[in-house]
Design a protein around this ligand. Structure first.
Ligand code: SAH
Length: 211
């Protein structure tokens, strides 16, 4: 018999998200709707709703639920947006975004994870998603400009990302060296960029090229 993970998911949303300040009703609803255990892989089913990041193979991880929710909230999505994600991983963050915007374009540099994400997103019936295996540092020129770009690996921004944003668009990334990152949100405004810093965090590294 298939186990229901509804209760652990509701508890995760209340204790890890709402109690820690995630206030957007749309983000809370999306985090309730997306079945994180479908993305976590069989070995980690029982850990899927815990307050931690989880391994997804190839030395990569899904971020802890709070960070996924926080990054999603910082994008202020209304529903009409085209969003570019760098670092598809297993597709969990992609799935959450897909509930909140018009279309998600997501790039992953590791072929096996790109394939895993495709399967996971199909299982969850997330159809407004386009995936590509490639180097996200190049952005995705073909579908630019984007309303928002979210990067789920830690490092420093590629200049192409701001170029591929619409005016008023948002770029969100965990910025910094090694394992010490801080969420930064940049808004492109004609000739200037408005920059705001948020939580400290640790992400797997943003790397160039395809593997
Ligand atoms: N959002 C993902 C998190 C995955 S971890 C999830 O919910 O599962 C970050 C991912 O970024 C890893 O899979 C890593 O391979 C990928 N990555 C790192 N550098 C990249 C780059 N330049 N282009 C595309 N993907 C990259």
């Amino acid at each position: 018999m298939q186990q229901s993970y509804d209760r652990p998911r509701q508890r995760m949303v209340q204790e890890q998200l709402i109690n820690r300040g995630i206030a957007s009703p749309r983000v809370v609803e999306a985090m309730l709707q997306v079945h994180r255990h479908l993305f976590a892989g069989d070995a980690f089913l029982t850990h899927a709703y815990q307050d931690k990041s989880l391994p997804i193979g190839e030395g990569q991880t899904i971020s802890q639920p709070y960070i996924v929710a926080k990054m999603t909230e910082l994008l202020n999505l209304k529903g009409h947006e085209k969003v570019l994600e760098i670092g598809t991983g297993c597709g969990y963050q992609t799935a959450v975004l897909s509930m909140l915007c018009k279309r998600v374009y997501s790039i992953e540099r590791i072929e096996s994870l790109h394939t895993l994400a495709r399967l996971n997103l199909r299982k969850g019936r997330h159809t407004n998603v386009m995936l590509k295996c490639g180097d996200g540092l190049q952005g995705w020129e073909e579908y630019a400009p984007f309303d928002a770009i979210i990067v789920t690996a830690g490092g420093f921004a590629s200049d192409l990302w701001l170029e591929q944003l619409k005016d008023d668009g948002l770029l969100l990334l965990p910025e910094g060296e090694g394992k010490s990152h801080r969420l930064v949100r940049r808004q492109k405004r004609q000739d200037t960029v408005i920059e705001e810093y948020f939580d400290d965090c640790t992400f797997v590294p943003l790397l160039s090229g395809v593997s």
